[in-house]
Design a protein. Structure first.
Length: 127
């Protein structure tokens, strides 16, 4: 039986990432990575993203800035695609990356911007 936190997490995850993304991730889940999938669903999605203190838009901007600042670039395209659901605009995203440039380094912000441009281009090609 799934915990309430897991259920809230799955709801937030689907709301932010979309059913198609979550369905693909769930279909790819194996016994090996199930503990990890449960962890991120309950902790990241069921606690942080499910909290209503700040909006999805604000949370999206924070997440993108933190991913760039810590060099976790592989997650940036997924979270850029999620901005279509979170409401973070291109201007919001640029502001987040400008903060990254000042506080974490220009090369990190530059790479995040490059990935963002590529992802937006792909999104425009395949709506």
């Amino acid at each position: 039986m799934l915990s309430e936190r897991h259920q809230k997490g799955m709801q937030a995850r689907r709301s932010v990432l979309g059913d198609a993304h979550v369905d693909r991730a769930e279909a790819a889940k194996t016994a090996f990575d199930e503990p990890f999938q449960t962890l991120i669903t309950e902790s990241a999605w069921g606690t942080v993203w499910a909290d209503e203190t700040i909006s999805y838009r604000e949370r999206s901007m924070l997440t993108l800035a933190l991913l760039a600042a810590t060099g976790n670039f592989e997650e940036i395209p997924m979270h850029i695609r999620a901005t279509a659901r979170t409401g973070a605009s291109k201007e919001d995203i640029m502001q987040a990356f400008l903060h990254v440039a000042i506080y974490a380094g220009v090369p990190k912000a530059n790479h995040a911007i490059k990935l963002t441009k590529q992802t937006f281009s792909e999104m425009e090609e395949r709506p």
